[in-house]
Design a protein around this ligand. Structure first.
Ligand code: BDP
Length: 647
């Protein structure tokens, strides 16, 4: 067990080895694209959501599954199997306490009937794609390993057509082993602590420690799919947009795999399906006259306008992939954040992928509810604290005009050993994977490479310099930030970022109960940071816990009134500074969320303005008034949703 749990994330190094040179030179491009699977006349998608067979390897070594090669036979033949929904975290599904806090390998299995034509046609590629599984995954098909992946929030895939064709009559048995162990070199990092004192602890007792404030939910969190493409296929598309006066520009690049030459037709269609520009080249710039720009929600009466970029491979075989494209520009000055050359003020939230029972599993009712709440609140933006969210959520942001600060899982980097080469190499690969996945979303306006790392530690300077430089080289069109809580004078990363993002919890983690310190301390915070760096600042977190239903006047900590009062005190300062260089405020947090157990958390973090079940606390109603009033001052409200008629 000791070997397997610790050695598995060590394989990160193997995957990351491809990118070692990136630390010294420029960009490390991943070998293929990671387009979101979409059906088209040439592509089919088969989603494998539903019940999978499941077993946690509770052997003391946690390695029995590998020793006995559980992937070689049906899982039910090697031991007991329970039902497990996919997508979902496994932790809160059963009544088994040991599964909730389980550390190590769990095994999932599903048999799929693959359409005969997928196999009979040698020209069809069959791909298995896992939207995300936390943290380390190994995938077998019919007992043969097809891929492995380190990291919990990004997709991975493998071509399995040839393997299935070896025995077209047998069902396609998919086995996925997932290990949630975090080490100093995973992202986020963690450590395993063992307790060998038998007078105090049972045999083989160990715990997973980590320095981030959300529960380390595990399992297959996003859909597993099979999809097809023809042999020659559109592997990747990059679309970078800009505009001048009334003309929009889509600078695109298509990569085709499986053919040495390709004949293409690229068409840009508007919302009504009319062709507005076309080309036959693999790359080029499409010009759109009388362009409809992509605007954020509450900044324009018609937010989230998307064109469709249809890439049609005509020869050597046909393949069609259609990418939604929003035409917009993003720029940063020393005092402003500009979208389409207009000042954009973030009035938004920080979120988590988190809910009762399913944990971090993708859940459509929850996603739609959350977007309805964001719109109700008058929020125009969120940060994907503290890891990349599901692609389905990013697509909703594109369509609804919700602006996103896209954060990688670089959270809880507090141990100096997590600033070493292996960690940095993996962090660079994660940024490669994140940018590859999300580069085409108009809603994504900035990359965040980390949250509150111990930036004062000596290795942090080179670490962040490399990381931010790498991210800017991957995507020169978007600003890059990381989120800081540290003293501005000690901070090492700030010189390299484009926008300063600061978290602070005045009158909460210190000066408890003293709301009167907030205006002074917040003012000092802003003046220090701006004075030193002359960069626009976003208050990327602020807030206070409130247990729903707890009241007191005068306000006391943990009551709804106190949470509201903290917000009010922050807002007064924001209102002065947003005239100068503060370009946004993101409340911590949108909703209450689960954390690890500890004496400062009463069944989770209660800084949500909504409960975990998405019911409003007093702060939600208070913030709603502010956000709509900000929208009235800074944007153009859509005619169909005038506040406060929906109150
Ligand atoms: C911030 C962290 C966030 C925590 C929050 C809190 O970035 O993850 O949940 O504090 O303590 O510093 O509520």
């Amino acid at each position: 067990m000791r070997v397997s749990m610790v050695s598995v994330p060590g394989r990160v190094g193997v995957l990351g080895a491809l990118c070692v040179s990136a630390m010294m030179s420029a960009v490390c491009a991943l070998s293929g694209g990671m387009l979101f699977p979409r059906e088209s006349p040439s592509r089919e998608v088969k989603e494998l959501s539903g019940l999978w067979g499941f077993r946690a390897d509770k052997s003391p070594s946690r390695n029995l599954g590998f020793e006995r090669a559980w992937y070689k036979r049906r899982l039910a033949e090697t031991g007991p199997v329970i039902d497990m929904p996919v997508p979902a975290s496994y932790n809160d599904i059963t009544q088994d306490h040991s599964l909730r806090d389980f550390i190590g390998w769990v095994w999932y299995e599903r048999e799929v009937v693959v359409p005969a034509r997928w196999l009979s046609d040698e020209g069809t590629r069959v791909v298995i794609r896992v939207g995300s599984a936390h943290y380390y995954s190994v995938v077998w098909v019919n007992g043969v390993k097809v891929t492995e992946h380190a990291g919990g929030h990004l997709p991975f895939e493998a071509e399995i057509g040839a393997l299935l064709r070896k025995d077209p009559t047998s069902p396609c048995r998919i086995t996925i082993a997932v290990n949630n162990t975090l080490t100093l070199e995973t992202l986020p990092p963690g450590t395993i602590q063992r307790f060998d004192d038998h007078t105090k602890y049972p045999d083989d007792f160990f715990v997973q420690n980590y320095s981030f404030d959300f529960f380390n939910y595990a399992g297959i969190h996003r859909p597993v799919l099979l999809y097809t493409t023809p042999k020659a296929y559109v592997d990747d598309i990059t679309a970078v947009t800009d505009f001048s006066d009334n003309t929009g520009f889509v600078d695109y690049k298509v990569s085709v795999q499986g053919a040495t030459t390709a004949t293409l037709k690229v068409t840009l269609q508007d919302r009504d399906g009319h062709c507005v520009a076309s080309s036959t080249e693999l790359s080029g710039v499409l010009k759109v006259v009388d362009v409809n720009l992509w605007w954020p929600y509450l900044m324009h009466e018609n937010p989230g306008y998307l064109y469709s970029l249809e890439v049609r491979l005509m020869a050597p075989n046909e393949d069609v992939y259609t990418l939604p494209v929003g035409i917009r520009s993003v720029k940063v000055t020393s005092t402003q954040f500009l979208i389409n050359n207009k000042p954009f003020y973030f009035h938004g939230v920080n979120k988590h992928e988190d809910a009762d029972i399913r944990g971090k599993g993708l859940d459509w009712p929850l996603i739609v509810k959350d977007f309805n709440l964001l719109k109700w609140l008058g929020a125009n933006s969120f940060r994907t604290s503290h890891y990349p969210y599901a692609e389905e959520i990013m697509q909703m942001c594109d369509r609804h005009g919700i602006v996103v600060i896209d954060e990688c899982p670089g959270v809880g980097i507090k141990d100096i050993r997590s600033f070493g080469n292996a960690s940095l190499t993996h962090h660079l690969v994660v940024m490669d994977e994140l940018v590859r996945r999300d580069k085409n979303h108009p809603s994504v306006v900035m990359w965040s490479v980390a949250n509150e790392p111990a930036a004062e530690m000596p290795p942090a300077d080179l670490y962040f310099k490399t990381l931010i430089k790498h991210t800017k080289a991957l995507d020169p069109t978007r600003p890059v930030t990381y989120i800081t809580d540290s003293n501005y004078a000690r901070d090492k990363g700030a010189p390299y970022v484009d926008v300063i993002c600061v978290n602070s919890y005045f009158s909460w983690y210190h000066d408890q109960g003293h709301l009167e310190v907030i205006p002074i301390q917040l003012n000092t915070q802003f003046e220090n940071w701006y004075g030193k760096y002359q960069k626009p600042i976003i208050q990327s977190e602020y807030g206070a816990d409130a247990v729903p239903g707890l009241h007191s006047d005068p306000p006391m900590m943990f009551t709804e009134e106190y949470q509201k009062a903290v917000l009010k005190n922050y807002h007064d300062v924001f209102d002065q500074k947003r005239k100068l260089y503060v370009v946004g405020e993101l409340i911590w947090n949108f909703a209450d969320f689960m954390t690890s157990q500890g004496i400062t958390r009463v069944v989770g973090n209660k800084k949500g303005i909504f409960t975990r079940q998405r019911q409003p606390k007093a702060a939600a109603l208070f913030l709603r008034e502010r956000y709509w009033s900000l929208a009235n001052q800074t944007g153009i409200l859509p005619t169909w949703t005038k506040y406060p008629c929906s109150l």
